[in-house]
Design a protein around this ligand. Sequence first.
Ligand SMILES: C[S@@+](CC[C@H](N)C(=O)[O-])C[C@H]1O[C@@H](n2cnc3c(N)ncnc32)[C@H](O)[C@@H]1O
Length: 290
Amino acid sequence: MQTVRGSCHLSVALRGVTRPIVNLQVSGQRRLPLHLRAVDVQAQNRETSQATQDAAARETMFNRIAPVYDQMNDVLSLGQHRVWKRMAVKWSRARAGQRALDVCCGSGDIAFLLAQAVGPSGEVVGLDFAQDMLDDASGREDERVPSVMERSAPMEWVAGDALRLPFDDASFGAATMGYGLRNVTDIPLALSELHRVLQPGASVAVLDFNNNPNPLIDGFQEFALANAVVPLARSFGVAEDYEYLRPSIKRFPSGAQQEQLAYAAGFTMAVHYPVGFGLMGCLVATKSGS
Ligand SMILES: C[S@@+](CC[C@H](N)C(=O)[O-])C[C@H]1O[C@@H](n2cnc3c(N)ncnc32)[C@H](O)[C@@H]1O
């Protein structure tokens, strides 16, 4: 990984951030006749180029909403997102002295909480592919009050792809991901990358909206998104960027499906907890201890 370190602990993985990111595994390819193989490769190329475009579009969108992102979260959740993020950090079991990772860190809310959890003897890395989000995060780091800084771990901000984490195997004692899994173009790959970089016995807590199968909660969520979230986003000039929320939640695996995906990624324990009256959810997945 090529990195550039700035004065505010900003490190940038150059670049390949929007590289092709679909899972290219094609089982039994060698047994296929040549003309069928050619067809498969073309289909893969189409899929790869679609995923690349999707990832690039999302990166652009998150850079665009970065200036209003924190304010929107506070207003829309009535400040509750701070409580849910604290719960995620607790569920990650981040402890004093550990090196912890926050993937899709955005402007750094969860990374800052992790930094308090692991304390001055620990270390926190926040990773995101939207540079404007990372700039906000590192700016906020400089603004922290001295008493909080003294109790917090040193932090590093890395520009990189959740689907190709630029870290060694088993290099983190805990990890978090807030509102990121729904946005990646390959969820199984994102989970297997998290599994790879965690140490044996370590956990990741993945907080996001919940694709709740309960029709009452789902109906309320649909109503709230259409009648509160999108209109508010309109007043911030980012309505179009928030219209994607509902379809992205409906496409997102349910809690039970997320547990299955975590097992398939190699985790030996996976539990999805409903949060915020079931509107949100947190997948807690633990890597085998041996
Ligand atoms: C909704 S924001 C969440 C930010 C923060 N975790 C929070 O909870 O407030 C999602 C973040 O995921 C990042 N993201 C989405 N896909 C990514 C990927 N493949 N690699 C790295 N970051 C990604 C976006 O840039 C964005 O900052």
